[in-house]
Ligand binder design. Structure first.
Ligand SMILES: C[S@@+](CC[C@H](N)C(=O)[O-])C[C@H]1O[C@@H](n2cnc3c(N)ncnc32)[C@H](O)[C@@H]1O
Length: 262
C-alpha cells in the first residue's frame, strides 16, 4: 500500500492493498467508510496549520505526542506532511519518532489545497473500484492470490535505510521470494539495482530467475545530503513484457534454492 501512489496510477478495478503499517491502512479504511473525507481533512489542516504557524515546534511535538497516544488518522496525516523529509519512522515501542521538518508556513493554503485534492482524487478512484485495505504482512496477502491474480510488491529496499513500520532484512527478502513462487501467478517487484557506490547483490543472489527492467530515479528525500543521489531502480517480473511467463517452471539458481528453503 504505502502512499498508494502506485495503486492510484495503476487504478485496478479490483484489488487488495496491504501494508504492515496499521496507520496507513486505517487512514484509507476511514476514507473508504466515509468517516473521513476531503472536507474534514481541509478543515482539520486549516485549524492545525494555523496553530503550527503560531506555535511552531511546540505544536508539532504536541501533535506527535497526541498521535502516539490516540493514533488519530488526521494527526498521522499532519505529522507525515510536516515532519522531517516526510519520513515515516517508528521506534521499537511503535511510537512515531520523526522530528519536525521546520518548513516555514508549512500548511499554507496552496499546500492544503494540494493535499485535499489528493484526498479527493483518492475518493473518486475509490468510488469506481472494488478495493480492500488490509493490515497484514505480505505472507498472508500473497496467499490470497490465485492463478488469475497479479501480485505487485514494493517492499522496503533491502540493504538500504529503512524508515518504515517494520525493518526489512535478507530473511524477509528470501521469504518474499518463496511466497511469490509458491502461488504460481504473475508478479512484479520493485527494488533498487545500483547507485554510483554499490549494487544490490540480492538481485543475483535471490531474484536471478526474474526478468529485469531498470530506470534511473533521483532521490530528493535522503536525510543526509550525500544520500540524495541518482539511483538505478529495478522492476523484476517472473514473466517477459512480451507476455511469455516462466511462472510454471522457474529455473532457480543455487542461491535461490537456499532462499526457497529458508
Ligand atoms: C516502499 S514502501 C511502499 C510504497 C508504495 N508502493 C507506494 O505506492 O507508496 C514499503 C512499504 O512496505 C511496508 N512493509 C514493511 N514490511 C512489510 C511486510 N512484512 N508486509 C507488508 N508490508 C510491509 C512498509 O510499511 C511500507 O509502507
Amino acid at each position: 500500500m504505502g502512499s498508494a501512489v502506485v495503486g492510484l496510477n495503476v487504478a485496478p478495478k479490483r484489488a487488495i492493498f496491504a501494508d504492515l503499517n496499521p496507520h496507513i491502512i486505517n487512514f484509507y479504511n476511514m476514507l473508504k467508510s466515509k468517516e473521513l473525507n476531503s472536507f474534514i481533512v481541509a478543515e482539520y489542516l486549516r485549524e492545525q496549520g494555523a496553530l503550527l504557524a503560531e506555535k511552531d515546534d511546540e505544536h508539532y511535538y504536541y501533535i506527535r505526542e497526541r498521535f502516539n497516544q490516540n493514533h488519530d488518522p488526521l494527526d498521522f496525516l499532519f505529522l507525515n506532511r510536516s515532519c522531517f523529509n516526510g519520513m515515516i519512522r517508528f521506534n521499537k515501542s511503535n511510537d512515531f519518532n520523526v522530528p519536525y521538518g521546520h518548513k516555514p508556513r508549512r500548511f499554507a493554503q496552496a499546500y492544503i489545497t494540494k493535499i485535499v485534492n489528493q484526498v479527493r482524487h483518492f475518493e473518486d478512484v475509490l468510488r469506481g473500484n472494488d478495493w480492500t485495505f488490509i493490515c497484514q504482512s505480505f505472507e498472508d496477502t500473497i496467499e490470497l492470490a490465485d492463478g488469475n491474480s497479479f501480485v505487485y510488491c514494493d517492499p522496503p529496499y533491502i540493504g538500504r535505510h529503512v524508515d518504515y513500520f517494520d525493518s526489512w532484512d535478507e530473511v524477509q527478502e528470501a521469504r518474499l521470494y518463496r511466497c511469490l513462487y509458491k502461488v504460481k501467478t504473475r508478479f512484479m517487484l520493485s527494488t533498487w539495482d545500483h547507485n554510483q557506490y554499490r549494487g544490490n547483490q540480492y538481485i543475483s543472489l535471490i531474484w536471478n530467475s526474474c526478468h529485469k527492467i531498470t530506470k534511473e530515479h533521483f532521490y530528493f528525500v535522503g536525510a543526509k545530503e550525500e544520500n540524495r543521489n541518482a539511483m538505478m531502480e529495478a522492476l523484476l517480473t517472473n514473466y517477459t513484457t512480451t507476455g511469455n511467463t516462466n511462472k510454471t517452471s522457474p529455473r532457480h539458481t543455487a542461491c535461490e534454492q537456499r532462499a526457497l528453503a529458508l
